[in-house]
Design a protein around this ligand. Sequence first.
Ligand SMILES: Cc1cc2nc3c(=O)[nH]c(=O)nc-3n(C[C@H](O)[C@H](O)[C@H](O)COP(=O)(O)OP(=O)(O)OC[C@H]3O[C@@H](n4cnc5c(N)ncnc54)[C@H](O)[C@@H]3O)c2cc1C
Length: 574
Amino acid sequence: MASTVGGGTAGCVLANRLSEDPSTTVLLLEAGDVETKFPSVDVPLKAMETYSPETNWGDYTTSQNAACQGMKHNRCFLARGKVLGGSSSINDMVYARGQAVCFDRWETEEDCDGWGYEDIKEYFKAAEAYQNEDLVQAGERCNQGNELMIKSIHAGELGETFLKAAKQAGLPALNLSDSRSNEGSSRVHATVNNGVRWSTAKAYLRPAIARHNLHVATGSHVNKILLFNGKGIGVEFVRNGTRKQVGVKREIVLSAGAIGTPHVLLMSGIGPREHLEEMGIKVHADLPVGEGLFDQMTLNDAVRFTTNQSAGITFQQANKLSNRIRYNLFGRGTLASNNFLEALALVKSNKSPGVLSRALPADLELFAISSLLGHFAASLGLIKNITNLEDGVFEALFSDLVGQDGFSIGVVDVLPNSRGVVRLKSRDPTDVPLIDPQYFEDPADIKRLLKGIRAAQRIGAMASLRGFGSKPVIRQHPSCSDFPFNSDAYWECYIRHNARPASNFGGTCRMGSPSTNSTVVDTSLRLLGLQGIRVVDASIMPTPVSASPMAATVMIAEKAAVMMTQPSNAKSDH
Ligand SMILES: Cc1cc2nc3c(=O)[nH]c(=O)nc-3n(C[C@H](O)[C@H](O)[C@H](O)COP(=O)(O)OP(=O)(O)OC[C@H]3O[C@@H](n4cnc5c(N)ncnc54)[C@H](O)[C@@H]3O)c2cc1C
């Protein structure tokens, strides 16, 4: 028996791949519920409605020193899926592998042998089933029998115009499926199939769920791993209020995500000695679990334009009866796509001419967002709630724009320098851990977002986007009114106050060489110092990749499954 803790993005991939062998019994333990219970999980345009506690852990950061200054108690809201499919059941569905150079750096700079782009490419391909002919070509090979349906979303008028404007601003067309190209603009590729979100629960778990050797237990919160003689021998979990234990013959795989996995490991006595001793927990392995936490910060409401013709979609329009009928009957229309994110651009903040710059990945991602609020398809109450903004900030930045036509150009710092930490708050396993991402502790992250704002403004000022009759929105953040609007100092203040987490976490159980102090798992994803435990999720990423991380997480799970089932075929398994 192999036991997988966490039925999220990676966990569902593993549940399918490991149970392909009828002689292997797999138990999938998931704290959340069954995803099919929640219609909002399926409807792409309702992504923000999955922010309810039924499907989302809904954590907050600890009080931040350099970021979240405009949020109550300087704490930012964090999203993460608590449902089968995990964060792939609540995310924005944007699919991008990430640029080759980022994975090459894992191999050359982070000692992750076998994880360079040429080695891992086949694991992306093992998952991807591109739906559009142009993507099939660009993806070099595409197996329609693969699990993960990916579609190039039809960009609406805003998206197409943004792509023209990006070209006018000097950004070439970008081929997202060819990860060697690293600056330019593109339609959004999304994990959507026939108008339905294609989470890994839909893609991998549902087709396998009837297998006699796969057992899925939802509502099962894993407290800790059970250890004996330096080996993981089982897990303890709580289901329906009852504490249970299950023995594991083969391997325990932790796929509880970059917050959940370090939480379970720390509870099990696997982590930094000093912290565990301080918490009164017996130390089984002294490892830097929970350190190296990274996330990507976003600004969706800095660069906004009102228009005198319809460019975006308002909450009211999307929810019109005709749109709902079209979706319910035919799976089509506005609700069927995630085209509140209509198009994207990858931009390098530090351009130096010549060969060297080609080797640099783009470190900023821009999105054309068809809403003036920076958030789409969510009620105002929900937006207020999830942003955790100080009283008065929401009113100053948004309230008189509600219902108006317009669009935003969002900015994401995809390669942040700042690193934070996940620590235990208490010895109660149901107590949310302390999540301290230390956003902007490295000021280079603020400078990068500032460059992103300037790049977004450049694109927004191009003739094609001005064709909407667009006018920049000028709304002063109340805490930054000492600085002239649009000065660098103003935006730096705005970034510290109003940038928000993308909740694209990683880095808390870093993969690397066993001889390096920061390593938690080796390149086979085996936990150092103990036997029978692997970590397979976004937490093993040693550094961020220049994209949203779901694609890379699926790739990690595909590669892990091969390492576990056919070790001789997986280069890094030893
Ligand atoms: C709101 C949001 C939008 C995003 N948008 C995008 C996007 O558009 N594109 C993209 O590429 N990426 C996006 N991401 C990021 C991406 O979805 C994640 O990086 C990726 O899905 C992480 O996968 P994972 O397997 O590591 O963790 P998860 O998918 O989060 O899975 C972890 C699972 O473990 C379960 N779990 C945790 N603790 C326990 C426990 N103690 N016991 C039992 N179960 C437990 C959780 O409930 C969850 O189901 C987004 C993320 C969020 C939150």
